[in-house]
Design a protein around this ligand. Structure first.
Ligand code: GTP
Ligand code: MG
Length: 320
């Protein structure tokens, strides 16, 4: 049985979206369902006196954002890059740094609605026993979703300012497709990220740039930079040289940096490697820091309206 509120998944075993412990009796949305059904659920939930949160801990989708975003300022960091570039590794490294008490952009970890998703990813990196050695998380599945899975970190600064930070964990194939053909149906998720992100991390795979496919890798990266430059419109951008433990040839790196400077001049460059986990969090931190305070709007130019006394009172009259 489902609740009449489309953003509520109480019927799937989660908590009530508006926070009612006994949703069957008190929630106005649930009460719109037939009364015999609600009596049956009321009896069932009376036996279960525990409070359940109205989120599952899995990566967030669009309906979850409707519940989360009204509570305060949020910022969306889009992680762009080809398949296998190292996007998910960057995100997991950031979560693990938060668990160790690391601050991001001067703010402390203050919770997450996607703990289940974070833990599912970071379980791959943890040492359990000798029979199962730690490994990198698996490839992000392409699936059929139209928007990426969003991982959530709530961060609170010492002075009290608070942000819900959403990090996109999208499959690299979306961005490669988008860079080749912007309006391709398979690139819908990439278009969503680029439209909504407050800051971008463009993740570049140093290992691929140093390997036999370096020619193709270089032209793929240039294509993504070029496509992003059409949409970036001044939003903070960080190019992350991921897997920097394997250095590409200097001329390959220089040519990519030159393309970046020509097309997205305000972009910054940082390096990260899983061999030094603190560099993973530092790269993500750079993007969060840059987007923490939204850009100020441009000052309004008050027009000079002539000699009308009302306009003079408003301070618009240059002659008075
Ligand atoms: N040498 C080296 N290899 C790395 C590093 N980080 C990730 N890798 C390797 O790169 C692979 C891909 O990393 P992911 O983080 O899953 O890449 P992704 O960009 O999320 O890939 P998709 O989900 O397929 O788009 C991992 O399985 C590792 O084998 C690093 O810092 N150094
Ligand atoms: Mg991934």
């Amino acid at each position: 049985m489902r609740c009449s509120n489309p953003a509520c998944h109480v019927g799937d075993g989660e908590g009530c979206a508006v926070g009612e412990r006994d949703h069957a009796t008190h929630c106005p949305h649930w009460n719109t369902v037939s009364s015999t059904q609600s009596e049956a659920t009321a009896a069932a939930s009376a036996a279960e006196d525990a409070y359940r949160a109205h989120w599952s801990g899995a990566a967030l989708g669009l309906t979850d954002l409707g519940n989360l975003l009204p509570r305060g300022r949020s910022l969306l960091v889009g992680a762009l890059g080809a398949h296998d570039a190292g996007k998910t590794t960057l995100l997991v490294g950031t979560y693990l740094a938060c668990l160790r008490g690391h601050q991001l952009a001067g703010a402390r970890f203050a919770g997450s609605r996607t703990l289940g998703a974070w833990e599912a990813l970071s379980a791959w990196l943890r040492y359990e026993d000798a029979a199962r050695a730690p490994s990198f998380p698996p490839h992000t599945p392409r699936g059929t979703a139209r928007v990426p899975g969003l991982l959530h970190l709530a961060l609170r600064e010492r002075r009290g300012s608070f942000r819900d930070v959403l990090l996109t964990d999208a499959p690299g194939e979306w961005f490669t497709r988008w860079s080749i053909k912007e309006d391709a149906p398979e690139a819908e998720g990439a278009r969503w990220v680029v439209r909504h992100a407050d800051a971008f991390m463009l993740v570049v795979d140093c290992k691929r740039l140093a390997g036999p496919e370096r020619g193709q890798a270089r032209s793929d990266i240039r294509q993504i930079i070029e496509r992003l430059s059409d949409h970036v419109a001044g939003r903070p951008t960080i190019l992350v040289w991921a897997k920097s433990d394997i250095a590409p040839a200097t001329r390959v790196r220089t040519s990519i940096s030159e393309s970046l400077r020509a097309l997205i001049p305000h972009a910054r460059e940082v390096e990260s490697t899983a061999e030094r986990p603190e560099t993973l969090a530092a790269a993500v931190e750079g993007a969060i820091q840059a987007a923490w305070t939204p850009p100020r709007s441009r000052p309004i130019d008050a027009p000079v309206l002539g000699g009308a006394s009302f306009a003079a009172f408003r301070g618009f009259n240059a002659q008075s």
